[in-house]
Design a binder for this molecule. Structure first.
Ligand code: AMP
Length: 243
């Protein structure tokens, strides 16, 4: 059955939506779908991976602590990541909602987030739900490997390509600005295997955590990207409130 959206583009930018949590293995499409949600609803994407990569690039204290763990495919400590997210959530652009991509990634982070959403600090964002909308995208293991090994991104405009499924017009070059595309440091085969193991061990329990509260919508992430987007928009439209 086709997913149904109930709002037009202008209405979608006026409602409160979420918080939205996108769950799924590395390569499931969280970043791609989060960017589409940002575009439709005008709410920010909070990607802990992006924030951490930025810290590594700027060689901040946090970046120095995170770098080796990230390159090995493990997880940065809950304490550091929770503090980073707390700081991000305190910013005013989160007032109408936000989409979390790559967080929470452990049961400890999930419980911490639940506490934040129910807590006083969050009450200033009136109209936002204290119960998040949680969507999990499930993707076949071999498909994940192909997506991750083929992923390239543009360091200038952040657009994401895939050499197998969505190649640039000219090899290794961004269609939009001609910049040479890069492969993420942790998208190398030996690190990918570690990241997928980490997902199984530490992040699957996050889904169980929310499922135990009856809060997880599962989407078939093997379907074409536009169909997954349509499913997400229908879910978000049906649960959005007026700002
Ligand atoms: P991602 O871009 O979401 O695949 O994240 C890249 C890397 O950043 C992960 O493999 C982890 O090392 C680290 N990372 C991102 N988000 C988290 C998180 N919520 N908790 C711990 N580590 C994280």
């Amino acid at each position: 059955m086709a997913a149904v959206t109930v709002m037009d583009a202008a209405q979608a930018k006026l409602v409160t939506v979420g918080p939205v949590i996108l769950l799924g293995a590395p390569g499931a499409g969280k970043g791609t779908q989060a960017k589409r949600i940002v575009e439709r609803y005008g709410i920010p994407q909070i990607s802990t991976g992006d924030i951490l990569r930025d810290h590594v690039k700027r060689e901040t204290e946090l970046g120095k602590q995170a770098k080796a763990v990230m390159q090995g495919g493990g997880l940065v400590s809950d304490e550091l990541v929770n503090a980073m997210v707390a700081d991000r959530l305190s910013q005013p652009d989160c007032a109408r909602g936000f989409v979390l991509d790559g967080f929470p990634r452990t049961a400890v982070q999930a419980a911490w987030l639940d506490g934040q959403l129910a807590g006083e600090a969050f009450a200033r964002f009136q109209g936002l739900r204290s119960v998040p909308i949680v969507a999990r995208m499930d993707v076949d293991y071999n498909q994940l490997i192909r997506r991750l090994t083929g992923r390239r991104s543009c360091p200038t405009c952040q657009r994401i390509y895939n050499v197998h499924f969505q190649p640039p017009r000219v090899d290794e070059t961004c269609d939009l600005d001609g910049t040479q595309l890069i492969t993420r440091n942790d998208d190398r085969e030996e690190v990918i295997a570690e990241r997928l193991k980490t997902y199984d061990a530490q992040t699957k329990p996050v889904s169980d955590y929310f499922a135990n509260q009856g809060k997880v919508t599962v989407l078939d992430g093997d379907r074409p990207v536009d169909e997954v987007t349509a499913g997400l928009f229908a879910l978000l439209d049906s649960q959005a409130g007026q700002a």
